[in-house]
Ligand binder design. Structure first.
Ligand SMILES: [Zn+2]
Length: 470
């Protein structure tokens, strides 16, 4: 059970546990302290670095951020050796249970395989320095609960649960010969809900929220990776969308929508949707409206600029899906440039799975290189901006003890150390230069030469048994 990946293997759970035991003997009731010294801080909000700083973590929260030396007797000291300390990255559009799109697991595997794959994906996210994801649709509510209860390791998950789609909508993965009322295999696996009319959409939204969904994801228009919905299509009536938004608001949270073009985006905003996923084919007028009404944009730069720029490379797409991808590629670059020009609230939402799973940082890099040319802005899409949108889940936010996405006193100890200055060379946020990953005060990756704090620990009684404390 070694959840920490080391290069070379320096930290093992056994060694870490021994360290913890000697530590806990000396300070039985005190929360563990970890002191980072000799770091430059990107705090997730400001454009520059705080140079030559120190950060003290106590338990799972950041206690002190200072450019003066911090004295903390008994703390583990992590010498950053001039690395950049920054918030753990946040991906705002994951599908943790997908490997190659929606259809592979529908046809060839089962829920056990999807769950096992999800565990693999979560560990990989952590290894890349992503300590939080907003999952935009999967049977993920039980996994999110298990991560929160520290039963399994993973990034913090803000789960949407199964996405809501109308018959013939973007998540309808049934067969041509389906009869009305037939449930397709993905729906049976609770990856999505195919719902029509106000009572059905209300029921599905409440079904997600009762099990811990932190926001609701709807399909408001045609998509690329689906069979029955042409790109130009608008999905869900205003009545249906308003009903879903009403349910979300009753739970103190919000709705985000898959939508590509003016008609579906504007209808979603009319109904009260607060975050648009994709948005690739809208006009500048719609971008301006989003700015004026505080609607956020979730950006998929790799998908739209790189993958859809070469749809032949996506082996699991049909000819029709490839044609749709080409159309989207043409609109996306222009739309994102308007979004930067009008200063939309933007977050990075990779929507990357399959081979792309292993390079989530590229979504931030492509946005910077092809569109923004502003590394601080690109980093904020994965830190401060992302945390702002996550906070809209209000009462449903499972993480109320601290703030996310920022290095501030009272913030969660979700911290990564990268070798380099990402404001000068953004590639330093790629996996191979992410040398240290802490989530909630626990260490998931340590490539530093010094022996640092203990690894992931199970919670509660299991933690005590694990470390022999009872
Ligand atoms: Zn998606």
């Amino acid at each position: 059970m070694n959840f920490v990946r080391s290069k070379p293997i320096k930290t093992t759970v056994l060694a870490a546990a021994t360290t913890l035991l000697s530590m806990s003997a000396q300070a039985q009731d005190e929360p563990r302290q970890v002191l980072f010294t000799n770091v430059n801080i990107f705090n997730g909000v400001d454009d520059g670095l705080i140079e030559n700083a120190s950060v003290l973590v106590e338990g799972n929260l950041i206690k002190t951020v200072s450019t003066d030396p911090i004295s903390a007797e008994g703390a583990y000291t992590v010498d950053g050796e001039g690395r950049t300390l920054m918030p753990g990255l946040i991906d705002m559009h994951s599908h943790l249970c997908f490997r190659n799109g929606m259809l592979e697991f529908r046809d060839g595997y089962d829920q056990m395989a999807a769950g096992a794959y999800t565990a693999f994906a979560m560990n990989d996210y952590l290894d890349q320095g992503f300590t939080t994801v907003r999952d935009a649709g999967c049977n993920i509510l039980g996994v999110a609960k298990a991560v929160n209860n520290a039963i399994i390791p993973g990034p913090r998950i803000f789960p949407s649960g199964g996405f809501l789609s109308q018959t013939g909508g973007h998540a309808d993965t049934g067969s041509f010969n389906d009869r009305i009322g037939d449930q397709d295999k993905l729906e049976q696996g609770r990856v999505g809900f195919i719902v029509d009319g106000v009572p059905e959409v209300i029921k599905a939204a409440r079904h997600n929220l009762r099990a811990g969904a932190t926001q609701i994801k709807i399909m408001a228009g045609g998509g690329v990776a689906s069979e029955f919905d042409p790109l130009h299509m608008t999905q869900f009536s205003v009545d249906e969308m308003e009903a879903i938004v009403g349910v979300a608001e009753d739970y103190g949270t919000y709705v985000h929508a898959h939508a590509y073009h003016d008609k579906s985006v504007n209808r979603a905003i009319d109904a009260g949707v607060r975050v648009i996923e994709h948005n690739f084919l809208v006009s500048e007028e719609t971008v301006i409206r989003m700015k004026e009404e505080g609607v956020a944009l979730s950006v998929q730069a790799v998908m739209s600029l790189q993958a859809f720029g070469d749809p032949e490379s996506i082996t699991f797409f049909s000819a029709d899906q490839k044609a749709k991808a080409t159309q989207v590629n043409k609109g996306a670059e222009q739309m994102m440039k308007w979004a930067v020009k009008h200063d939309l609230l933007m977050v990075t939402g990779g929507d990357m799975f399959g081979p792309d799973l292993f390079r989530q940082a590229d979504n931030i890099l492509w946005f910077n290189d092809k569109i923004a040319n502003n590394p601080a802005l690109a980093l904020k899409t994965a830190t401060g901006n992302a945390a702002e949108v996550l906070s809209w889940s209000g009462g449903m936010n499972p993480y109320k003890e601290g703030t996310l996405g920022t290095i501030v006193e009272g913030g969660y100890a979700d911290i990564i150390l990268v070798d380099g200055n990402p404001l000068e060379d953004l590639t330093s946020i790629k996996r191979d230069t992410v040398d240290f990953v802490m989530k909630d005060g626990d260490v998931y990756k340590n490539w530093l030469p010094n022996e640092a704090a203990p690894a992931f620990q199970p919670a509660g009684p299991e933690r005590d048994a694990y470390f022999g404390n009872n």
